[in-house]
Design a binder for this molecule. Structure first.
Ligand code: DGL
Length: 260
């Protein structure tokens, strides 16, 4: 099946990276809305408009399922897309359930973009899981632009993160939930700043498990097949060596981040 992964930018590659490991027999389209990134600091209406355009394009590519590999777009637009289209649409949610399951009764820091942090969807999730006393929320929107510039561990990134993390007493926290797919690129820098017991939790495996169930796919971790991926920036096929090398660099960084 041809499966589309959609994000505002290169964050969604972290979900695709995981999919390539466990679903080698599928074909993939990766759509990064590079003309409109970042989404997290725009209005919900603007993001809904961008997602509508991206979906029109992806549906025309005859895909069998769409993974919205973006917490922000999920928060602002996934419900509307499900009302409009009948193919399987899988969204992303901050891994709050995982934090509660792995570390019961411990606090954790949910990091995401401004839209996700302020969105009703996150509050509904926290309510549903009874996580009010454990989930602290922190917007780290500027990380999206650092990631797009391929700036992961500069002094500017480190200073920014030190400042944002400074108010929390991490002794009492179990983990940091990476509620934005762009944040996976910063695990090493975060690790350098935070105490060693802090774990990083993302929603990638959960999202893919849901995709596998909904689209009736089979996990295959034995095959040596390298799946076919077509890359698009806002509807334009990426063919230049330079841009393909850029995407490859992100994927190789994700190899390292995967181990943290
Ligand atoms: N990668 C997106 C997410 O997971 C957001 C990035 C953005 O702000 O554009 O939330």
């Amino acid at each position: 099946m041809k499966i589309a992964f959609f994000d505002s930018g290169i964050g969604g590659l972290s979900v695709l990276h995981h999919a390539l490991k466990i679903l080698p027999n599928e074909d993939f389209i990766f759509f990064a809305d590079e003309d409109n990134v970042p989404y997290g600091t725009k209005t919900r209406e603007q993001v809904l408009g961008y997602v509508e355009e991206a979906f029109k394009f992806l549906i025309a590519q005859d895909v069998g399922a769409i993974v919205v590999a973006c917490n922000t777009a999920t928060s602002a637009a996934v419900r509307a897309m499900r009302q409009k289209y009948s193919l399987p649409i899988v969204g992303m949610e901050p891994a709050i359930k995982r934090a509660l399951d792995l570390f019961p009764n411990k606090k954790f820091l949910v990091t995401a973009t401004e839209i996700t942090i302020k969105g009703e969807k996150l509050f509904a999730l926290i309510d549903r899981l009874n996580a009010q006393n454990f989930a602290e929320l922190k917007s780290l929107s500027p990380l999206v632009e650092f990631a797009e510039r391929m700036e992961f561990n500069s002094a500017a990134v480190e200073n920014y993160l030190r400042g944002e993390f400074a108010p929390y007493d991490f002794k009492n926290f179990s983990s940091v939930v990476l509620g934005c797919t762009h944040f996976n690129y910063f695990k090493d820098t975060m690790k350098k700043i935070l105490p060693p017991h802090i774990k990083f939790l993302d929603g990638n495996a959960g999202t893919l498990n849901y995709l596998i169930k909904l689209a009736n796919l089979k996990i295959d971790t034995e095959s040596k097949k390298i799946p076919h991926v077509e890359y698009f920036y806002s509807g334009r096929r990426v063919t230049s060596e330079k841009e393909l090398a850029r995407l490859e660099k992100y994927l190789r960084r994700l190899d390292d981040m995967y181990l943290i």
